[in-house]
Design a protein around this ligand. Structure first.
Ligand SMILES: NC(=O)c1ccc[n+]([C@@H]2O[C@H](COP(=O)([O-])OP(=O)(O)OC[C@H]3O[C@@H](n4cnc5c(N)ncnc54)[C@H](O)[C@@H]3O)[C@@H](O)[C@H]2O)c1
Ligand SMILES: [Zn+2]
Length: 1561
């Protein structure tokens, strides 16, 4: 199919669909030649414009018009993309545009775009001037194959999608596949949903073709160029064909039924359910994705109704899945995008009731009969019960009826036999029809490989029920591409031997076997070694011992004696056995190293080889040795794959339990499957009649209630069947009360779940007692009439198919329906199990769903609670120190994995020397798993640096984090690590260069962790302390202990645009004065490497205690970051989340996929959705903003930030109108530019500001806080207020200085004065009645007296029993607060004391006045576990102690002995006056306390409450004599003042400014 060919398809008898690749010239010329018009109007969206398509078309048109119709004009109009814009407003805007441009009835509208454009523009055309001509040029796959064809046009309303529209056929539909080169991956895949659906209802050949292409498809469309476009050439023919075939079907169906009489409904396969799902999940899920899920559900419905075969459903799911589409709501593909939304069955049913194809509310679904054909030529009526069953994952199994039908059941084929049959038949000669083949990943990969190696021709018969393998007798040729085997273990092992039989082809002289990353870790070394020793050439392309393998063609497989270690996998043995006949000499295969495992499977292979004509003999002389003659397999004409014997146990057990007859027609006495003995070894002794032929088994149960228990049965040869046996035993009783004992099944503890435990637990819900035995289970059966109903909770299935199927049997014997949760797990081996119960056994089963929360939006990360935290990182990254910090912050204990290892096996170094690294890694993972289980809560588990080198450990780490645990990657600059380690003589040296080790491990650490902490360089003690407290904050953040509260009120943030922060660190506090948050523009940094960015963010976090906003501004949005480098943006976003940064700025113009995935990974980080319009083109009444706002709300960002550009002063007023109407989220909205300054003044939440200390403003028109406040007060937006300090004596008070200086520097118009009085009534009448009172700072002696005028108290003031801050609430009401405690707490934190909420830290408060009470409150709020109090007179202390709650854990020091006995104290607040000498008793106690040895990783600190003199005698004592850190009283004074300032004004001055003001004079 040549690319430039133009294919024409007729619809409604006109050949108006033209399809080809790169056919722009044809399109334009055809339009201009055949559709004369005065005005051609192209309407498209911004994405189409962005990718250059619009320019190409408008240039092309202008040229052709100039040549052919110079009198005609071209108009273009661009709208915003996306479903959110397919609305009345946009339609009206387009119409206005056409009207303003004088368009008349002869206008030809050309819609270039996806379905949104096609639908909406089609509708514009249908109604403009009562209808004008339209041409559809679809640009998405979905639009090409579906929406552009058929003439349906529509727009959405808030009440529903596509509710308003018309049928309006286009003049032409031009499909240029070239558009797809720019289509994003997710959109591409989305379109495949419709393509596969269409083939499924109409065209089996095309469906089969699609199956063949799936693998190449995904690899091609995922292979993006740096500009995100894709090269379709490797797939071009395929894509042209698939689009063409889809269009043909749609055109044919539409032509037969233009206005949806019935036939056209078939196209709605998957849509009845799909639309309902879409209604809930939109916009996060796309149409094609929902259709894919809906199609599977509707196919399952057809299967449930007995119309469609299980094989067809499997084929359908495989096909959708292989094109990257989700096939269930639990599919990861969709789960990560829908942000916790759920689809409750009742809501789905309600939504289906309003489906347009219904008659009234009777629901209709398109039922598939087989692939390529529908059950009826229209949608069929279905009832709600059946739909409900299909849509739920829980079932209620009703009591079994008395007279059961006699049944013949063929369970799905055995996996082992299916795989062997495929290998044998394709190596054999002639056609072999294989029946009952299992459809699984393994067989799928096997079939694909067989075809690619030309081993056999493969075709399907009976709609995929059987498969015909026409073998080439062992002649295979090398294929040009690699054989990708996913994670299919059996296939990889069998094919390794098969590949050595390959001859070279013109395309290739070797075969490469490869798989997914998991496969690349799985061992295959023993098999490869045996083959290589036999002269075969196999090369490892990756890790030695695993795939990928390169196997040379024309190998010399000489045969003779081959030795193989068979204690690892019997599949190695089978692999060689099956290929051995094709060696040059007869093979003697000797299994060495002891008894081979799973000998039954070796026997199975040998027996199957015999069915294909080759007889293997066992050696008479050597154990485990086999002779295989040379030869070629002769294919039997038909080979029926035996059903899976484990699956067969369920129907057999059902007949045993119900006293009926059931036959399995293809498992008999000759079966080699262990579980085939179930009937004879278990059911027969329990009282059933078993009739077995060589190939069939029939079980006839005794009359109900007459099954006998089995005192002892060893189920070792059929362990998987023990669950079935257990439920039979549950109703097996005799007169002696015999219990059934099942042994030999210890391996069942480590299957999908601990099955023995699970059975014990679930049986007990039925009133059946059982208990675990060391290698089994003991069951005390009960009388069949005495089974209890498990009740509301129902049976839990542990996601284990065998648990589910077993209990579905027992359930029917209760006297009312039994609920079974999680039924879909049976799909692992028997997807149709429930259908069998319903159809063959006539058992009534109904769907059930517990109450789901309707719209569980905003499902955020759960708090970590006490779940253990795992630390990974290089040696020397600071794991021990930081583990200790975490332990101290959270109250955890520490487990060092290396120590754990050594406690079990001794010194690691010597252990490795004698056992080697691989053995070490194995042990390590074993211990790691053990540790995470034993110490699953309250531990910091610190791991060795190499933990990520072992695959097992990596899996464990990944599982841990996927299940919500924290895996924290610690890192510091690698050069620092190196120099640290070089200084370290205790630990053994690295063998490799450290930097190389780092390079290798870096991606592994990254992949295995969900949090990341980068330790910046600290050059002095202060930096170290800052760093330490920033770490505590980080831990509190990522564990969810402290969540950022966005109730900021009036607030500002400053933007840092440095290339490198490290030179400006000391300015940061001043720059961010008055701010509530601080923004770092990552796009301005000089280096975008993760290491550099994390260093910068860490530095900022260390030097500023404000919440950080991390912003990556793209060029298009006014920043420096390259617009199209989404990969890098994604990795930076990920870094921001991993670092637990407070707020991420996420541009709403990023691709949807990136937005969705970011939202789902945000953890505790808040997301600010931003959008900028630099052009000034979009006024605030433009629909564009409305749409962006909706997008942001739908995404569920936490804050929305819109930045427009004012070209006119009036733009500010338009903005305010917009602001007023949009209150769903905290909202920042401003205009850039000189003319937009007003908006910055009015915006009140997180206004971006600059600082005079910054070299330049981050945006045009940006103001600083001072300017904003000044302007605001000048225009009346900020009332001038009076503040006072009141009390006596207060002549020396520094409060006026502090506040007045800060008012001035922040541009606030207020004043702060002194009101000296000791009479609270006077204070009230003179000051508190002032209408413009801002607040009062209360000092002695009024702190208690003031209470009489206070109408509301803060918690702190209430407990401290004193008010130092009065806040007027209006209407004569006043709130009383106390900020002394904040002053104390902040002083400690500012000095570098870490946040220690959970450590056993003790504190001491000396003194018994009001400040002491504040100090006690402060210490408690810091998490101090025990508070000692000390005073000259003890009696006062007792009162204090009694007035605080019990949990303050206050202890009065009554004697020096008490002080001596006391715990180590880390925090002391001295609240005794400084003007008198210290009392002897107090001093002695002080000395005892100060002399105690420090037991923590942080230094103890003493805070002096008095600020005169600067250095008090207590400070001297602590510092000089005991080397304690001390904090002077000014610190408390200033911090207290700042706290007041913040309460009154909403913003805070810098500490530096406040202390300077206090220290003046
Ligand atoms: N009329 C019908 O019969 C019919 C049938 C099915 C669906 N629909 C409608 O179609 C709409 C969905 O259509 P859609 O999936 O095409 O969505 P869409 O139009 O929103 O396009 C998807 C995204 O891809 C972008 N895009 C389009 N072409 C591109 C290209 N070549 N390169 C890069 N980006 C490109 C778009 O700007 C948009 O962001 C829905 O509104 C649905 O209701 C209608
Ligand atoms: Zn559709």
């Amino acid at each position: 199919m040549a690319a430039s060919t133009i294919h024409r398809v007729s619809i409604l008898k006109k050949e108006i669909i033209h399809l080809g690749y790169d056919i722009k010239d044809h399109i334009i010329n055809t339009i201009v030649d055949t559709k004369p018009s005065s005005t051609y109007a192209i309407i498209t969206d911004t994405n189409i414009k962005k990718y250059g398509h619009l320019d190409e078309y408008s240039d092309g048109f202008l040229q052709v018009l100039a040549a052919k119709r110079p009198e005609s004009r071209l108009l273009t109009y661009v709208v915003s993309p996306g479903e959110a814009n397919k609305n009345r407003q946009t339609k009206a805007a387009i119409e206005d545009f056409l009207l303003e441009n004088g368009c008349t009835r002869d206008t030809l509208i050309i819609a270039i775009g996806g379905g949104v454009i096609g639908d909406m523009i089609g509708f514009v055309a249908a109604t403009f001037m009562r209808g004008v001509r339209v041409i559809q040029i679809p640009t998405t796959l979905l639009a090409m194959v579906d929406s552009s064809v058929g003439g349906k046009t529509a727009i959405d309303t808030p009440l529903g999608k596509n509710f308003i529209g018309a049928f309006w056929q286009p003049e032409y539909i031009f499909v240029d596949i070239k558009f797809l080169t720019t289509l994003p991956e997710r959109q591409f895949i989305n379109g495949m949903g419709e393509v596969i659906k269409t083939a499924a209802i109409w065209n089996e050949d095309e469906f089969t073709r699609l199956e063949e292409y799936s693998k190449t498809f995904l690899s091609v469309i995922r292979n993006r160029k740096p500009d995100t476009t894709v090269d379709l050439s490797p797939l071009l023919d395929h894509i042209i064909k698939l689009v063409l075939e889809s269009i043909k079907v749609k055109a044919e169906v539409v032509s037969k039924d233009e206005r949806e009489g019935g036939l056209r409904n078939l196209l709605n396969f998957g849509h009845t359910i799909g639309h309902a799902i879409e209604a809930i999940l939109t916009p996060q899920a796309l149409h094609g994705e929902c259709v894919s899920i809906g199609a599977i559900k509707e196919a399952e419905l057809a299967r449930y109704l007995g119309i469609l075969s299980p094989v067809a459903v499997a084929r359908l799911s495989k096909s959708f899945a292989s094109y990257g589409l989700p096939i269930s709501l639990d599919d990861e593909i969709i789960k990560t995008k829908i942000d916790g939304k759920v689809c409750p069955v009742d809501q789905l049913l309600k939504l289906m009731a309003v489906d347009k194809k219904n008659d009234g509310s009777k629901k209709k679904v398109v039922l598939l009969k087989r692939i390529g054909e529908c059950y009826e030529p229209r949608a069929s009526y279905v009832n709600d019960d059946d739909l409900r069953f299909i849509l739920t994952d829980e079932v209620i199994v009703s009591p079994f009826v008395e007279n059961f039908p006699e049944t013949v059941i063929t369970p799905p084929g055995s996996k082992s036999i299916s795989n062997r049959a495929l290998i044998l038949a394709s190596l054999g000669k002639g056609a072999c029809e294989i029946k009952n083949l299992l459809h699984s990943d393994d067989t799928e990969h096997m079939l694909n490989a067989i075809a690619q190696l030309n081993a056999a021709d493969i075709s399907w018969k009976n709609n995929g029920e059987s498969i015909i393998v026409n073998g080439n007798g062992g002649k295979l040729t090398a294929c040009s591409n690699e054989l990708y085997l996913g994670n299919a273990g059996t296939a990889s092992r069998f094919l390794t031997s098969v590949a050595i039989l390959v001859s070279s082809s013109p395309e290739n002289d070797s075969v490469v076997l490869t798989g997914n990353s998991r496969m690349k870790e799985r061992p295959i070394g023993s098999l490869v070694n045996s083959l290589v020793e036999n002269g075969v050439s196999i090369e490892y392309l990756g890790k030695t011992g695993s795939l990928p393998l390169k196997i040379k063609a024309n190998n010399n497989f000489k045969g003779g004696r081959i030795e193989l270690g068979a204690t690892i996998s019997s599949q190695y043995v089978s692999s060689i056995l099956m290929c051995a006949p094709y060696a040059q000499n007869p093979v003697t295969l000797a299994l060495v190293g002891g008894k081979p495992i799973s000998e039954l499977y070796i026997d199975m292979t040998i027996s199957m080889m015999k069915s294909f004509g080759i007889e293997v003999t066992k050696s008479q002389t050597e154990p485990y040795t086999y002779h295989i003659p040379t030869g070629s397999y002769t294919n039997p004409p038909v080979y029926v794959v035996e059903s899976d014997a484990s699956s067969a146990t369920y129907p057999l057990a059902l007949s045993a339990m119900t006293g009926t007859t059931c036959t399995i027609p293809n498992i008999g006495s000759t079966s080699l499957q262990g579980d085939s003995r179930f009937a004879t070894d278990v059911l027969e002794p329990m009282g059933c009649k078993v009739l077995q032929t060589e190939t069939s088994t029939t079980v006839i149960g005794p009359t109900r209630g007459n099954l006998k228990p089995l005192p002892l049965i060893d189920m070792e040869p059929m362990t998987d069947a023990f669950l079935t046996a257990s439920v039979v035993a549950a109703i097996a009783t005799d007169d002696n009360g015999t219990k059934t004992n099942i042994v030999g099944i210890a391996n069942q503890r480590v299957k999908e779940c601990n099955r023995i435990k699970a059975m014990v637990e679930e049986l007990s819900k039925f009133g059946v007692n059982s208990r675990e035995l060391p290698d089994g289970i003991e069951i005390s059966g009960v009388n069949i009439n005495q089974l209890k109903n498990p009740g509301e909770e129902g049976v839990f299935t542990y996601d284990d198919h065998r648990v589910a199927m077993s209990f579905s049997l027992l359930a029917g014997f209760c006297d009312s329906g039994v609920l079974i949760q999680g039924r879909s797990c049976t799909s692992k081996t028997w997807p149709g199990w429930w259908d069998i119960l319903s159809n063959k056994f006539n058992i009534k089963i109904s769907g059930f769903e517990k109450n789901l929360k309707t719209k569980a939006k905003n499902i955020r990360k759960k708090k970590n609670g006490n779940k253990s935290i795992i630390i990974i990182g290089m040696r020397g990254a600071g794991k021990s120190t930081i583990s200790k910090w975490i332990a101290e912050t959270l109250g955890f204990k520490i487990l060092d994995l290396d120590h754990y290892f050594e406690s079990k096996l001794g010194d690691i170094k010597s252990w490795v020397e004698s056992n080697g690294w691989p053995a070490f890694r194995e042990k390590e993972s074993e211990f790691f798993l053990e540790a995470t289980e034993l110490f699953s809560t309250d531990y910091v588990i610190s791991t060795g640096g190499g933990i990520v080198e072992g695959e097992e450990c990596r899996n464990l780490l990944n599982t841990y984090k996927d299940e919500g645990g924290i895996v924290l990657h610690l890192h510091r600059n690698i050069d620092e690590t190196i120099s640290f380690l070089n200084k370290d003589e205790v630990r053994p040296a690295y063998l490799e260069e450290i930097s190389k080790v780092w390079e290798r491990r870096k991606p592994l650490y990254q992949a295995c962790s969900n949090y990341y902490f980068y330790s910046p360089h600290c050059s002095n003690d202060r930096e170290f302390k800052l760093f330490r407290s920033s770490f505590s904050k980080f831990i509190n953040k990522i564990t969810g202990k402290i969540e950022l509260n966005l109730n900021f009120g009036k607030s500002f943030f400053v933007c840092l645009t440095y290339e490198d922060l490290s030179e400006h660190l000391n300015k940061i506090e001043d720059i961010s004065e008055g701010c509530t948050a601080i923004e770092l523009r990552l796009d301005h940094l000089k280096d975008y490497s993760l290491e550099y960015v994390s260093d910068q963010l860490s530095l900022l976090r260390t030097y500023s205690s404000l919440p950080i906003i991390a912003t990556i501004r793209t060029k298009e949005q006014g920043g420096k970051f390259p617009d199209e480098d989404f990969k890098k943006i994604e990795s930076l976003i990920d870094l921001v989340f991993k670092m637990g940064i407070d707020i991420l700025d996420l541009e709403l113009s990023l691709p949807d996929g990136l937005l969705d995935s970011s939202m789902s990974r945000r953890g505790f980080t808040k997301v600010l959705g931003s959008h900028h319009d630099f052009s000034g083109k979009f006024k605030w009444d433009n629909i564009e903003w409305e749409n962006k706002y909706n997008q942001a709300v739908n995404l569920d960002v936490d804050i929305i930030k819109f930045v427009g550009t004012a070209t006119d002063f009036n733009d500010n007023f338009l903005l305010e109108i917009f602001r007023e109407k949009h209150t769903a989220k905290p909202f920042i909205a401003i205009n850039m530019g000189e003319k937009g300054k007003l908006s910055r003044v009015i915006n009140s939440f997180l206004t971006p500001v600059t600082s005079s200390l910054l070299p330049f403003a981050a945006a045009p028109g940006q103001l600083d806080i001072k300017q904003i406040n000044q302007y605001l007060s000048e225009i009346g937006g900020l009332e001038k207020k009076e503040f006072y300090v009141a009390g006596s004596p207060i002549g020396h008070s520094r409060s006026p200085a502090l506040h007045n200086v800060c008012f001035k520097s922040l541009g606030l118009p207020h004043t702060f004065n002194v009101f000296e009085t000791d009479d609270v009534d006077q204070l009230y009448s003179k000051i508190m009645t002032k209408p413009n009172l801002g607040g009062i700072a209360i000092t002695i002696p009024l702190k208690l007296d003031i209470l009489k005028y206070i109408t509301e108290l803060s918690t702190s003031a209430e407990l401290i029993k004193a008010v130092n801050t009065v806040i007027p609430l209006g209407e004569g009401k006043f709130k009383g607060d106390n900020t002394d405690w904040v002053g104390i707490k902040e002083s400690f934190y500012k000095s570098g004391f870490p946040e220690i909420n959970n450590v056993n830290v003790a504190g001491l408060v000396v003194g018994a006045g009001g400040t002491s009470r504040a100090a006690i409150f402060a210490l408690k709020s810091m998490g101090v576990k025990k508070i000692y109090i000390l005073n000259r007179t003890v009696s006062k202390l007792v009162d204090i102690k009694n007035s605080f709650p019990e949990d303050y854990n206050i202890e009065v020091l009554q004697s020096v002995k008490d002080a001596k006995k006391a715990e180590t104290v880390s925090l002391v607040v001295n609240c005794i006056p400084s003007d008198k000498p210290i009392d002897e008793f107090v001093l002695d106690c002080y000395k005892q306390i100060l002399a105690k040895e420090n037991v923590h990783s942080f230094d103890p600190v003493l805070l002096e409450a008095a600020y005169k003199p600067l250095v008090t005698s207590v400070m001297k004592l602590a510092n000089d004599e005991f080397d304690w850190k001390v904090i002077p009283g000014t610190s408390m004074l200033v911090n207290q003042g700042i706290a007041q300032f913040k309460i009154w004004n909403g913003i805070a001055p810098s500490y530096k400014r406040a202390i300077n003001a206090v220290n003046q004079n």
